[in-house]
Each structure stands twice: as C-alpha cells, then as structure tokens.
Design a protein around this ligand. Structure first.
Ligand code: ATP
Ligand code: MG
Length: 242
C-alpha cells in the first residue's frame, strides 16, 4: 500500500485510508468557496510544522494572507519552509511546476508536499480561444511531470481544479480535460453544505471504495472530527445543483 501523508483532518484521513498518497497526484475539485485553498494551506502548514518543505504554486495570489490565519504566531517560521510561487500565466505556472519538480527530485532539502492551487485557473482563461489546444497540451505536460515526480520521490502532489456546469446533465464537472482526471489517482470533490460545513466526496481512488466525509471551516483552518460512515455513503451523491 502507498505511504500516506495525514492531512490532520480526521474525517478526511479516514476517508483516504490515512491521508494523501505520497506516490501519486491527488486532485481536488469544487465550486468557489468549497474549501480547496483552505485545505491546501492547512496541509501545507502541517507539513512545514513537521520540518519539511512545501512548494506551493498559487495562481490566486492569496496564500500568504490566508496562511497567516492558519499559522498564527507560527507564520514567520512556517514561511521559511513554504516556498510560494505566484505565476501570472500558464507559461509561468509551467516554470514554477518545473522548479517544484526539480526541488523534490534533487533531494537536497526534505520536500514534503507540492501544491498547485489552482492548476486550471490560467488554462480556463484559454478555453474557447485560439490557444486552447496549446494550453491543454501545456497543462498535460506539466501534470505528467508531476505524476513522475510523485512516483519517483516520497513527495505527494495536490492539484486543485475548478468546475464547469454540464448543462445537459445538470452536474458540476472538473475542468482540465480527461488527461488531468486520468493522471490523478485520487480525486476528491468538495461540496458546499450550509454554513461552514463541507463534504469531501471520494470520487476516485485506486484502492478504496467511493465515500464521503464531512468537515467544517473554522477561523484557524479545517476540522473534521467525525469519521465517515462508509456504510451510509458507499456511493457518491449525485453532483446536482438547484
Ligand atoms: P475558489 O475556487 O474560489 O478558489 P476555494 O474552494 O479555494 O474557492 P476557499 O477559499 O478555500 O475556497 O474557502 C473559502 C470559504 O471559506 C468561503 O466560503 C468562506 O466563506 C469560508 N470561510 C473563510 N473563513 C471562515 C471562517 N472563519 N468560518 C467559516 N467560514 C469561513
Ligand atoms: Mg481557492
């Protein structure tokens, strides 16, 4: 069984059989406000606290402020270990990911996590434009390199992904084309519930059944004290919105 990086969110760790797989890419998709960024920052802070390095590719340019809320007085110490890159184009994102790959592979520092949040922000901007095919290819190559990095090093990779509404089915679907969704061995969908409650739905995993776990957003990060009831959630709920 693949090694796991615990996220520290008990319900999600139970859903994932202990945490994020360290030899593969995990994709998290969901609507705006579903908690993708908070999840990545929470896990990044946990990895940094353990003394390992995090390479965080942040296309939204908001991580440091948000990390402050999670880290509190630890911020300065954690920032020494969380290397944040804020690319301004898909090309710059590709270069940032290549740097993350190199850092993880040269093993000079104990890298514990690579995050790309969001992997599809710049890709989305290219959709329906003349450069859509080129952008899809660039994203695919970047993700392929991350797959190899995760496989060849003990460093887990987390990608976040935005959603589009499938008008025919009335469902929310992840962006990025089928390549991204094949490349990720674990796929989580974060669904918004009322107030601070969120639900992580395990849509795909190579060795675990589908299921779901609840967690909530607090002022200092994410909490998910209750283990999921697998028997009640053996199939993911329909991704329908009203
Ligand atoms: P996007 O796709 O827009 O990047 P996201 O999935 O990354 O969204 P986050 O930014 O992680 O979402 O989550 C922000 C959510 O957290 C918002 O819904 C916000 O209202 C909520 N939130 C932030 N702080 C708190 C808090 N202290 N208590 C409850 N909810 C909070
Ligand atoms: Mg976000």
């Amino acid at each position: 069984m693949a090694d796991r990086l615990p996220t520290g969110i008990a319900s999600v760790d139970a859903l994932l059989g202990g945490g994020l797989e360290t030899d593969s890419v995990t994709e998290i998709y969901g609507e705006g406000g579903s908690g993708k960024t908070l999840f990545c920052l929470d896990v990044a802070a946990r990895v940094a606290r353990s003394g390992r390095w995090v390479f965080y590719v942040d296309t939204e340019g908001v991580s440091v402020d948000r990390l402050r809320a999670i880290a509190g007085e630890d911020l300065e110490r954690l920032l020494k270990r969380v290397l944040v890159s804020t690319p301004k184009s898909l090309e710059e994102q590709g270069r940032a990911v290549a740097t993350a790959d190199a850092l993880a592979r040269d093993r000079k520092r104990p890298v514990g996590l690579i995050v790309v949040d969001s992997a599809t922000f710049y890709y989305r901007l290219s959709l329906s434009g003349s450069d859509e095919d080129e952008a899809r290819q660039a994203l695919s190559l970047e993700v392929a390199d991350l797959v190899v990095t995760a496989l060849e090093t003990p460093v887990p990779v987390v990608l976040t992904n935005q959603v589009w509404r499938n008008p025919r089915e009335g469902t929310l679907e992840p962006l990025g084309g089928s390549f991204l969704n094949h490349a990720a061995k674990t796929i989580l969908w974060f669904d918004r519930l009322p107030g601070p409650r969120r639900r992580a739905v395990l849509v795909k995993h190579r060795s675990l059944p589908e299921g779901a776990a609840e967690f909530r957003i607090t002022s200092t990060g994410l909490e998910g004290p209750l283990p999921p009831d697998r028997s009640a959630t053996s199939a993911p709920p329909a991704r329908e919105r009203t």
